[in-house]
Design a protein around this ligand. Structure first.
Ligand code: NAI
Ligand code: SF4
Length: 441
């Protein structure tokens, strides 16, 4: 059974409220941290090996150490709660059920970074959660953990909750900052990184909800103890939101030592695939990471078991970076059509493109239209190569990762399921008929 750090008290009735959270040891980490120096806290976070839980997996301690500290200029912590990656809903669960672990993490991180005004930017569709967060903030203020001179330490902090307006691209950190400043959420060119020029051109750290919540157990147990959980550079625990063709969709906390097979089939997690169907493919880390077919999901190319961690989840060297992504685990059984699934994602990315870069603005539209043509039974063989060509021209040629995120699912689908695309072209009348089994490849 995986060790639980973030969700260990999730089953306790009323854990959403300050008194209940406090009774379970809540805010002890904040009390401890406020007696430490910011440098000591930073050292603990670095030692923990915590990597950003929003998707990029960038080391959190390193990000904090990049924060510029020019004399007389305020600094900010901004929590990215704009969780919009298809298949990802773990931050929603955390904020809805245990909001105080996020608020406590913000207090510790803000003190460490020297932020006296910190922000939670939350996606507009999570319309009921800002009220939960604001109620929690009010409780914490009444308990003396927010406001002026917190616990007599001389440290002041205000936390503000800002609602987004429903744009996926505002989850990209610089678009988020633009939106927070009251402008249209267009991503900025990086560098400069927010650590140097962020909110209102001030040094800013942008961290995901789960990353900030993880600081609480790190301070409670020490970074060294946190680093002992997990394996290699995948330290600590990770929240996974599991959905698709599984018996038990939901949010699970894993310690990154379990295999993908165990995660899908064990009763402790997804509980297997309904109706005895076979596993066809899975998107292990939210729609921006490539789809993996069953044979590569359960074993690596070298034949070793595939583990649920940053190192083991890769595309066999095809895609760069980790496929742990945002922890949005989407399972497809043998009846699902990868071609239709890819078309749905392309429609999404095309709709969400902000339109600043030509390859993304035009390319995502072309991807969607060609995929739609194939799904509608009007595709030609050359369309498959055209899709490949277009995605290659988007990847790496845009301001923000939305372009890459639109290109990679198409590339992975063609790489691993080309015969399914060809089947649609050759036998459009059959391709439209479900079930769409494993038989043709
Ligand atoms: P990134 O790799 O560009 O940056 C990671 C973080 O490190 C950023 O905060 C960046 O400012 C910081 N950083 C990197 N190099 C730095 C340097 N030299 N100096 C200072 N700071 C530096 O990735 P990004 O754009 O933050 O995230 C992309 C990922 O987000 C994708 O891989 C995807 O999985 C995920 N994603 C998650 C979503 C969600 O809803 N959770 C939605 C969409 C994408
Ligand atoms: Fe906008 Fe797409 Fe360019 Fe990102 S890649 S800045 S979403 S046009």
């Amino acid at each position: 059974m995986s060790k639980k750090l973030l969700l260990k008290d999730a089953h306790i009735e009323g854990i959403r409220y300050f008194d209940v959270y406090r009774k379970q040891g809540g805010y002890q980490a904040a009390e401890k941290a406020l007696k430490m120096t910011p440098e000591e806290i930073l050292e603990e976070v670095k030692t923990s090996g915590l990597r950003g839980r929003g998707g990029a997996g960038f080391p959190t301690g390193m990000k904090w150490s990049f924060l510029a500290k020019p004399e007389g200029i305020p600094r900010h912590l901004v929590v990215n709660a704009d969780e919009s990656e298809p298949g990802t809903f773990k931050d929603r669960y955390l904020m809805e059920h245990i909001p105080h672990i996020l608020i406590e993490g913000i207090i510790i991180a803000s003190y460490c970074l020297g932020s006296n005004a910190s922000y939670i930017y939350i996606r507009g569709e999570y319309s009921w959660i800002p009220d939960i967060l604001e109620a929690a903030i009010e409780e914490v203020r009444n308990a003396g953990f927010l406001g002026k001179n917190i616990l007599g330490t001389g440290f002041d902090l205000e936390i503000y909750v800002q609602r987004g307006a429903g744009a996926y691209v505002c989850g990209e950190e610089t678009a988020l900052l633009e939106s927070l400043e009251g402008k249209r959420g267009n991503p900025r060119l990086k560098p400069p990184f927010p650590a140097v020029k962020g909110l209102w051109e001030r040094p800013t750290v942008v961290n995901n909800v789960e990353s900030i919540a993880a600081v609480v157990p790190i301070i409670n147990m020490t970074g060294a103890e946190y680093a002992k959980i997990g394996v290699g550079r995948s330290t600590g625990t990770k929240l996974i939101s599991a959905c698709g063709n599984i018996n038990k969709p939901g949010v699970y906390e894993i310690d990154m030592t379990i295999t993908v097979e165990e995660f899908i089939y064990s009763d402790e997690y997804c509980g297997g695939i309904p109706n005895g169907k076979r596993l066809k493919a899975c998107i292990p880390g939210g729609s921006s990471v490539p789809i993996l077919p069953a044979n590569l999901l359960l074993k690596t190319i070298k034949g070793e078991p595939r583990y649920m961690n940053y190192e083991s989840l890769s595309d066999g060297g095809f895609a760069t970076g980790t496929m742990m992504g945002s922890g949005g685990f989407i399972v497809l059984d043998e009846d699902q059509s990868v071609v239709e699934h890819t078309m749905t994602l392309s429609r999404f990315y095309n709709h969400e493109s902000c339109g600043q870069c030509t390859p993304c603005r035009e390319g995502t539209g072309w991807l969607y239209r060609i995929l739609k043509k194939i799904v509608n039974g009007e595709g030609e063989m050359k369309d498959i190569d055209l899709l490949w060509d277009i995605q290659r021209k988007i990847e790496g040629n845009t301001i923000c990762p939305l372009g890459d995120a639109a290109a990679w699912p198409v590339a992975a689908a063609i790489r691993h399921f080309r015969d399914e695309f060809e089947y649609y072209v050759k036998t459009p009348e059959l391709a439209k008929v479900k079930p769409f089994g494993l038989a043709h490849y």
